[in-house]
Design a protein around this ligand. Structure first.
Ligand code: NAP
Ligand code: G4F
Length: 348
């Protein structure tokens, strides 16, 4: 039975990866941040009482800002595989919190790599590490983007991911460690954070459909993204670590749609004329935008045997269905006189 350690386990990808590894029989350990409110909602369905002897999911407090704690966790857990998914992952927020984003995304990755190097040196195991890289690293370089495409990052987030990528490459080459960089294009799901554009749209459509909201304010509707489903993408992360040699891989569907096209498909499926509800608000524009992402995942197909199984249309439908159901639940609570939290989506 293998043991995995996941940073960022409470996020979208962390929850799908934990589920996937548990199904494969792994013991899964996750690093969670202490928060004054619950941040483990996405794990509720796989959470088991710490007193249950047969449980496969184990949660530990920690933070990428705390190097000593990362070392301690690696020594205690003795993982075979480490997945570094933790990040301040919102691109627009990174313009406002550039230093913090660099500390978590770039220096945080370095802290984990350094702890991993020491652990690998004396554990007697040959542990493997996955670093969550991003198509944002390509930024302004025109599509299609592959492993051979030069990086041209357009935000503090993307610059930090480029640094983390090269830390990974350098630790692999300098210390002979098994480290893979995944360069993943946008991937979404009903568990996507509510301030990313796809979920912001489907969340609003659900509420508009049930008469709880009228307007949806968005930024640049012309940006194009290569959107896949997170469940497909965590399988690619795992496949990278099952190879005999470490390498870097682009993971993408190869198809690109504009935000406007996403709105059209999602609005149509929800039975709404989105043009009556959407307004463009420049506050959501970015100082430097990434206009066009479309990945070429030929290498992942060839070497990992990976291909997406969930289509764009299926993804959109799953997100709209999920958010219609959530809106119904909200409506029931409202009618019963319970307070429903206001949506934070307005802020990003
Ligand atoms: P996400 O939903 O935003 O999750 C981020 C995770 O990182 C959360 O668990 C968060 O914890 C945790 N985290 C944030 N700061 C931390 C810190 N200082 N120490 C420890 N944990 C911290 O992101 P995601 O969509 O799952 O993405 C996973 C990874 O892939 C990220 O590195 C992201 O940058 C990268 N990526 C994502 C995509 C995509 O389209 N989804 C594409 C390419 C790359 P809390 O729950 O406490 O906030
Ligand atoms: O959904 P987004 O915020 O995702 P973005 O910036 O592409 O970043 C996501 O994908 C990356 C992979 O390429 C990850 F590395 C990163 O962590 C994150 O998961 O924005 C997508 C597009 C942008 O062009 C943005 O300008 O949608 C445009 N957009 C238009 N209106 C909006 C909005 N984005 C957001 N968040 N909110 C809007 O109102």
């Amino acid at each position: 039975m293998k043991t995995a350690l996941i940073s960022g386990i409470t996020g979208q990808d962390g929850s799908y990866l934990a589920e996937f590894l548990i199904q494969k029989g792994y013991q899964v350990h996750g690093i969670i941040r202490r928060s004054s409110s619950f941040n483990t909602d996405r794990l509720d369905h796989i959470y088991a009482d710490p007193h249950a002897s047969s449980r496969q999911l184990h949660l530990h407090y920690g933070d990428l800002a705390n190097a000593a704690r990362l070392s301690q966790l690696l020594e205690q857990i003795q993982p075979d595989e480490v997945y570094n998914l933790a990040a301040q992952s919102h691109v627009r927020v990174s313009f406002e919190q550039a230093e913090y984003t660099a500390d978590v995304v770039a220096t945080g990755a370095l802290r984990l790599l350094e702890a991993f190097r020491q652990y690998a040196g004396h554990s007697g195991k040959s542990p493997k590490l996955y670093q969550a890289g991003s198509s944002e690293m390509f930024g302004a370089t025109p599509p299609p983007q592959s492993e051979a495409t030069p990086f041209y990052p357009r935000s503090p987030y993307a610059v930090s991911k480029v640094a983390a990528h090269w830390y990974g490459v350098n630790f692999r080459e300098a210390h002979g460690l098994f480290i893979c960089n995944g360069i993943l294009f946008n991937h979404e799901s009903p568990r996507r954070g509510e301030t990313f554009v796809t979920r912001k749209i489907t969340r609003a459509l659900g509420r508009i459909k049930l008469g709880m909201q009228d307007k949806l304010y968005l930024g640049n509707l012309d940006a194009r993204r290569d959107w896949g489903h997170a469940a497909d993408y965590v399988r690619a992360m795992w496949l990278m670590l099952q190879q005999d040699t470490p390498d870097d891989y682009v993971v993408a569907t190869g198809q690109s749609y504009s935000v406007r096209e996403f709105l059209h498909l999602a609005g149509g499926y929800a039975g709404l004329d989105w043009t009556r509800h959407v307004e463009v608000d420049p506050r959501y524009f970015r100082p430097t935008e990434v206009d066009y992402l479309q990945g070429d995942a030929a290498k992942a197909r060839r070497i990992l045997g990976w291909a997406p199984e969930i289509s764009f249309e299926e993804l959109v439908r799953a997100m709209v269905d999920g958010d219609l159901e959530l809106a119904r639940q909200e409506q029931t609570l409202l009618r019963a006189g319970h307070l429903v939290p206001s949506r934070g989506a307005a802020h990003a």
